[in-house]
Design a protein around this ligand. Structure first.
Ligand code: GLN
Ligand code: ZN
Length: 762
């Protein structure tokens, strides 16, 4: 019985890669320094898997930024504006694609399926020139081999790659991306040939696109691609890996009838029907089944006894020698190593497994199936599961009751949105095209130090409050100088928009190093929701009312919404997600009411991650949207008409859920727009009616680039072409936390100048 890992976190157990990248970008270290850190990380990961006993160890799952961008690099499909000179892609070109440079903006980034990871969207068209331009896969393979470890090089498969791409600027929107298969397959073949020559015996193609609702034309692309690649597969075993949901029956039929594929990987955690599909539709004889029973998306210890049952059922279908124990997806979506969690109490710790522990679980499952069961390991696991089931820390009857009472009732504000906006305007007296920002201001080293020292009890509460108050004061002064209309306090007391709330809610636990890569060098440290959620006391009122008292302009109270808290946490797997979400909604509702009572007139409830939780399959989407939108409405249904509720959403692709967004019934929504080429505006162009306030972001905050006044004016004019001036707000795409003041000041200056200029023309 063999074991396999789909992919492993590359950021490092203590975010070593993040720090190396940022120091390189800042010019504080050399390319060699960065390469050195990367090589050390790869080496320790491979060694760890090898010593755990894993048979199929992945390589080429490391990336300096993103695995989709790496594929773009491999194919040489660099958009023209980056002036790629040809040859092997160097850091210069590679990083300019994701960070932009003085003359051109970065490429678009979007969510990787329904995870919180973001990939760089390839821009392709009929004129894209493809050439084999990154030998990374081969050099990683050789690097591992030199350490004595034979690995399975992992690739984004050609069909997934093309279907995740978008037509480049100037190319027809309807351009058939799949028509480029003929251009990219020859490069895949070149890479495969090199890998074979280097001694590779297995390669893995990740084709997660297979779990979406594909049409027959898209499915046919699989047959076309893999039959064309088949000749280069001889002498090589090929694993086709899928994850994040079931492979629908039609797609299952298509891929299992492909020639030249040696094995298939399926997600048996999220793919709740996969076991039945395999049993009822059968599995091609002689091929390997990579059974993803260990959850790559969460931090709970595997239920080993249940996994053994699943694996035995599969064994009966495919035979003992053809079953491989695996993870449900790459482990990059979970935390790295529980060993570094020194602050979690031992009871909670016993319920958990991070990537490093999951590797061991996979191996122990494989051993047990082969008749070599580690009894102590299995009984410790069973004991941990029993303790989690019965622990009084998990259940709070009162919360359970209150949350389930919400389910079937309606929650709406008393008055419709246009009447509310009128009432609010009477009080707020804002100019047309009001300017605002989304919450955070740059987080300086000094700020981080203050928070860290306070947490470590190195400074007193008084000193801490004084430092934060000074910072808020600076941020308020700056916004007044810039002449912004609706202010924020800058969020200096928060290191993360979810963690900050989780720390003050019950039912949450926190890690010290439980980082998960979100994009590039950015990581998040999701809290762990292990029990019923409640709010012991007010969470933000102290800072928000302090900030309001510093200015006569309206100051936004700043909260994170329930759906976002849910989607950006590691969520308990012992009750439906919706139940946990309703519990959080109740807690946030109390906070909204307290803020209103404290005199805060504008409250922003961020639902940055609402889109992200959308199930991948259409059939499941409406149920999710119903409870997600409902949860948001619960938080603010009780406020006065004059209290203005804002919400904010990140990261493109909202068009398919625009009606749910409208249904959230916020007074004002700010929404990411600039990085996705204003895709958002097309829904309004196509006639969707929007009556609430809306602020499509006027510039990309993910890049250090400073937008000019003209450019911003241009953007706003595009918005004015499809949205009424009286509902339009002017704001950046997202919070400013990752930027520097040297970037934020000129960018906001230009933003306010653009708004003022346009006001004179309206
Ligand atoms: N209020 C948050 C901030 O500005 C919003 C961040 C986000 O949407 N990701 O940082
Ligand atoms: Zn955002």
């Amino acid at each position: 019985m063999a074991s396999h890992i789909v992919g492993y976190p590359r950021i490092g157990p203590k975010r070593e890669l993040k720090f190396a990248l940022e120091s390189f970008w800042d010019g504080k270290s050399s390319a060699e320094d960065l390469q050195h850190v990367a090589a050390d990380l790869r080496c320790s990961i491979w060694k760890q898997m090898a010593s755990a006993g894993i048979k199929y160890i992945p390589s080429n799952t490391f990336s300096y930024y993103d695995q989709v961008l790496d594929t773009t690099a491999m194919l040489g499909a660099v958009p023209e504006r980056y002036l790629f000179p040809g040859g092997e892609i160097e850091f210069d070109t590679y990083f300019s694609m994701v960070r932009g440079n003085a003359s051109v903006p970065a490429m678009e980034m979007t969510k990787w399926f329904d995870t919180n990871y973001h990939f760089i969207v390839p821009e392709l068209g009929p004129n894209t020139k493809f050439s084999y331009s990154s030998h990374k896969a081969v050099s990683e393979y050789k690097e591992a081999k030199a350490l004595g470890i034979d690995t399975v090089p992992v690739f984004i498969g050609p069909v997934t790659y093309l279907l995740l791409s978008k037509p480049a600027k100037g190319v027809e929107k309807s351009f058939p991306l799949l028509s480029l298969l003929g251009n990219i397959l020859p490069i895949y073949k070149e890479v495969i040939a090199e890998l074979k020559a280097a001694g590779a015996s297995w390669i893995q193609f990740d084709e997660p696109i297979l779990v979406l609702d594909l049409d027959s034309h898209q499915l046919a692309a699989f047959s076309k691609s893999y039959s064309e690649l088949k000749s280069s597969f001889s002498g090589l075993n090929v694993l086709m890996e899928t994850y994040f949901a079931d492979v629908p029956a039609e797609a299952y039929k298509t891929i299992t009838s492909l020639n030249g594929i040696s094995g298939y990987g399926f997600d048996l955690v999220r793919g709740t029907n996969t076991l039945d599909v395999i049993k009822s539709m059968g599995f091609p004889s002689g091929k390997y089944l990579f059974a993803g029973v260990v959850d790559g998306r969460n931090i709970w210890a595997n239920d080993l006894a249940a996994s053994i049952n699943t694996l035995q059922a599969l064994e009966a279908v495919v035979g003992k020698d053809k079953l491989v124990v695996s993870t449900s997806c790459s482990l990059m979506h979970t935390a790295v190593d529980l060993v570094n969690e020194t602050k979690l109490d031992s009871e909670i710790k016993s319920w958990l497994a991070f990537a490093a522990q999951k590797v061991v679980e996979v191996n122990e499952l494989a051993k047990a199936l082969a008749g070599d069961k580690d009894e102590a390991f299995f009984s410790a696991n069973a004991a941990a599961h029993a303790s989690r089931k019965s622990s009084p820390r998990v259940t709070n009857d009162e919360v359970q009751k209150a949350a389930s009472a919400l389910k079937d009732s309606n929650h709406s504000r008393a008055t419709n949105v246009s009447a509310r906006l009128d009432a609010q305007q009477k009080k707020l007296k804002l100019p047309i095209l009001p300017t605002t920002t989304l919450g955070s201001f740059p987080q300086t080293m000094e700020l981080r130090r203050v928070r860290r020292e306070y947490k470590a009890n190195k400074i007193t509460e008084e000193e801490y409050v004084k430092a934060i108050k000074e910072e808020i004061n600076e941020v308020v002064k700056l916004q007044e100088e810039l002449d912004i209309d609706v202010l924020v306090h800058g969020e200096p007391e928060r290191n993360d928009m979810v963690e900050y709330f989780g720390e003050q809610l019950s039912g949450f636990a926190f890690t010290v190093n439980g980082w998960v890569q979100s994009y590039g060098s950015r990581c998040v440290k999701p809290p762990i929701i292990y029990g019923d959620v409640s709010r012991p006391k007010a969470m933000t009122v102290f800072w928000s009312s302090m900030a309001q008292n510093m200015t006569s302009r309206p100051m936004k109270g700043m909260l994170t919404g329930p759906v976002t808290i849910l989607n950006w946490s590691f969520v308990r797997n012992d009750q439906p997600r919706s139940e946990t979400c309703y519990q959080i909604a109740l807690a946030i509702k109390k906070e909204v009411e307290d803020l209103e009572a404290a005199g805060v007139q504008v409250i922003q409830i961020d639902e940055a991650a609402l889109r992200e939780g959308l199930p991948l399959r259409k059939s499941e989407q409406s149920v999710y949207l119903d409870w997600a939108v409902h949860s948001f409405r619960i938080t603010n249904c009780s406020v006065k008409d004059t209290t203005q509720i804002h919400t904010h959403m990140c990261y493109s692709n909202f068009n398919d859920i625009i009606h749910s967004i409208i249904d959230m019934d916020a007074d004002v929504i700010s929404i990411e727009n600039s990085r996705s080429n204003e895709k958002l505006l097309t829904v309004f162009r196509e006639g969707v009616k929007y009556g609430a306030g809306i602020g499509p972001g006027v510039y990309d905050i993910h890049s250090p680039r400073i937008p000019s006044t003209e450019e911003i004016t241009d953007r706003i004019n595009k918005m004015l072409a499809v949205l009424e001036a009286k509902i339009l707000w002017v704001n950046p795409d997202c919070g400013l936390k990752t930027r520097k003041y040297a970037e934020v000041k000129p960018a906001l200056t230009n933003m306010v100048a653009a708004a003022k200029l346009l006001r004179t023309q309206l």
